[in-house]
Design a protein around this ligand. Sequence first.
Ligand code: ZN
Ligand code: ZN
Length: 362
Amino acid sequence: MRKRAKAVAGALDGAGVDALLCLHGEGLPRPNVRYLSGFTGSSAALLIACGHRLLITDGRYREQAAAECPDWEVEILPPGGADAAAIGECCRSRGFARVGYEPQGITAGKLDELRDAGGAAFVPAGGLVEARRRRKGLDEIAAIEAAAGIVDAALEATAGLARAGVSERDLALELDVQMRRRGAEEPAFSTIVAAGPRSAIPHALPSERRLAAGDLVCIDCGAVVDGYRSDLTRVWVMGEPDAEQRRVHAAVLRAHDRALALVRPGAGGDDLNGAAREELAAAGIDGWWRHGIGHGVGLAIHEAPSLRAGTGAELAAGDVVTIEPGAYRSGWGGVRIEDLVLVTEAGARTLSAAPTALRVIG
Ligand code: ZN
Ligand code: ZN
């Protein structure tokens, strides 16, 4: 943790600021605070500069901040105290004249408050922490791998309960319970279970729809371990799949495998998207794909690098990204196969172990 803050402090000169302000609050949760300080409370501000690591929070977190951030100077706001005024005062008293804020981590209202409170000139300085979060360390990889393992086991345990008459909501709830029983702090995002024609909705919220013979069932879920997330999608089918279900699933799986085989440092997101699209096009279903091939995963479920087509992103060793081609047709259903992989010099190391085959249930 100390090294992370030190590395950010070392980049401040290049960004033209004396200090960096990272905010984290209920309206705008930001993993950068946890990444840099280890603080897991729901409200805090960090001020980082050479020789300074200051965490500002309120009395609810006095003990927690002391325990989680032993290397940090902790400033506890008085009850009813305004954090903008306290931040301004901290900047003034430490001689920080130009303070960088993270444009993605601040509301327009909060920026106004800071500027009104004074104490320093607040200027945008985004991406300093995100750039470092991309390259995952061994402890981070271990946490993500543990979260992926929990999902593999939870999915296996839940498959036995999937039968005609069980609702999407019941299956999603069971998955969440199974993940928590196996040590997940919480689900990494709202678990998706979408059956029949609803599987054509890539981010469907589970409904009261009950599983029926012939349904495709698309399940997308993740677990959280030590703050780190996993992300996995598999498709089940209620009873023997028909020819079209088999054909579409096989094409998406070929697209998944092609993209996965290209994963290595220096590979472009566009190359991965292009290869997957070729496989879908060969099956005549490239028009059914509605999203990018993947995204980075870590403390946030969507983080750098974004592998949407056209971003120009290049993979680097230490990235943890998803590979998740999909094909969706309104009224028919959808198939997405998503794996979580670590980018290594030798290529992709898949962190999830659940088989990618179309699984027959019911
Ligand atoms: Zn997912
Ligand atoms: Zn995903």
